[in-house]
Design a protein around this ligand. Structure first.
Ligand code: AMP
Length: 415
């Protein structure tokens, strides 16, 4: 099947076309045959970047009115004779559409085929994820308009993987009514990524799902850690929204909620303004004053910038704290897995995170750590290390494609 995988942001449309099917999963026979990104959607200067297989990318800056127009632009490119996508000459060669949806609340614990009822339920989740779900929905509605029921569409939720968290983990210690009346609880995000690298780890080591306890660290612009036992998420750092937990590019992560009232009383702004600051102007960007890119912060730290050094330390320490917490919670673990932009490339940060964890059984091999960057997969601990540390590149699109196939073929799970 050719699956059109879509990840729509408020002003961006990111896609891949992946050729895959049930019988290809085991041998990793899936193939990405096209990919692209349209940014600044809704402006006269949208940035278009489209690429078929290993071919030359098509780049342009053009007006793109909305998400529907962006998808129609991809269609037009696909159908041009010069575009050579293996086995795809036009819309009719697409067999499924897989949409990333950030928040599925308690309504969605796995991927589902989209119909009118599902759409209404996703709408209901917008309340809990006002920054993300409306953008995801724009993509779904656009595809619905364009394709109708002709091509099956599937929604894959970031929160779904964490639906196995036990009640005592997902509840906040606030009046119980807040949960029963308003659904205030921890949901967790990045589920597709945590689930993907956990699966890859088992595949690489030949270990059985039931036998494995791991801590996965998705460290990118948004960051979260996850404790995974027998293939299920038992805890994760993000909460009701992606603001909780680790320190991120621009998000504060864990913070005393009283700070909000205090800043409000000081006249910093409305509650909404303050949450905007916590989401968009905090994290390593806020501490360092440099920006959200770890490479720039590392450079600043090397040049002696104290706040840059501080941001790195704070980032690493928060991750360290959760590794310890999750190891305590699971009574130890077999491995820690790093993934996403910082996790896959930031050897220095990985080293900072893992240093001083010998008592927990982690002994990093600095040489292996330095070498395992830019898409490489591998173990980065010394042979005798009781807990292994791995770097495993994430591939959320692949899991989105596979989940779409599973839903359409009515298969619960193959691994
Ligand atoms: P992601 O959200 O997974 O795409 O990750 C993007 C982030 O990864 C960037 O903002 C950088 O902070 C970080 N990153 C990328 N390359 C490196 C690197 N070589 N060293 C440290 N951080 C990196």
């Amino acid at each position: 099947m050719n699956v059109f995988v879509l990840n729509c942001g408020s002003s961006s449309v990111k896609f891949q076309i992946i050729n895959t099917d049930l019988e290809l999963f085991e041998a990793d026979g899936d193939k990405m045959i096209a990919k692209g990104l349209i940014e600044k959607v809704g402006t006269k200067e949208a940035i278009i970047n489209l690429q078929a297989g290993g071919g030359e990318p098509f780049k342009a800056v053009e007006p793109v009115e909305d998400h529907r127009a962006a998808i129609m632009r991809i269609k037009a490119w696909m159908e041009e004779p010069t575009t050579k996508i293996e086995g795809v000459h036009g819309w009719d060669d697409l067999h499924a559409i897989g949409h990333r949806v950030v928040h599925g609340a308690e309504r969605f614990t796995k991927a589902v085929r989209i119909d009118k009822e599902v759409l209404a339920k996703i709408e209901e989740c917008c309340d809990l994820a006002p920054l993300h779900n409306p953008a995801n929905l724009k993509g779904i509605y656009a595809c619905y308009e364009i394709f109708g029921e002709r091509i099956p569409q599937v929604a894959v939720f970031d929160t779904a993987f964490h639906s196995t968290m036990p009640e005592d983990v997902y509840l906040y210690a606030v009046p119980y009514d807040f949960y029963s009346k308003y659904q205030v609880r921890r949901y967790g995000f990045h589920g597709t990524s945590h689930r993907y690298v956990a699966y890859r780890y088992r595949k690489l080591t030949g270990k059985k799902r039931e036998d494995v306890k791991i801590v996965t660290l998705h460290l990118g612009n948004g960051s979260s850690a996850c404790a995974i036992q027998a293939g299920q998420s038992v805890n994760t750092t993000m909460g009701m929204t992606p603001l909780e937990g680790l320190i991120m590019g621009t998000r504060s992560g864990d913070i005393d909620a009283a700070v909000v009232e205090y800043l409000f009383a000081k006249g910093v702004g409305s509650v909404t303004d303050i949450f905007n600051i916590l989401n968009k102007k905090s994290g390593v960007a806020g501490v360092s004053g440099i920006g959200n890119d770890m490479r720039d912060i590392e450079k600043g730290a090397d040049e002696g910038n104290h706040r840059a050094q501080l941001a790195l330390k704070m980032f690493a320490n928060r991750v360290k704290k959760y590794i310890g917490a999750y190891m305590a919670e699971m009574n130890g673990c077999d491995a820690v897995v790093f993934t996403a932009g910082i996790g896959e490339n930031g050897a220095r940060i990985r080293s900072m995170i893992c240093s001083g964890l010998e008592a927990l059984g982690i002994e990093l091999d600095e040489e292996l750590n330095k070498q395992t960057v830019r898409g490489k997969t591998g173990r980065i601990t010394k042979p005798g290390s009781r807990v292994e540390v791995w770097v495993i590149p994430t591939n959320e699109e692949l899991l989105l494609a596979r989940d779409s196939v599973r839903v359409i073929r009515n298969v619960e799970r193959l691994w």
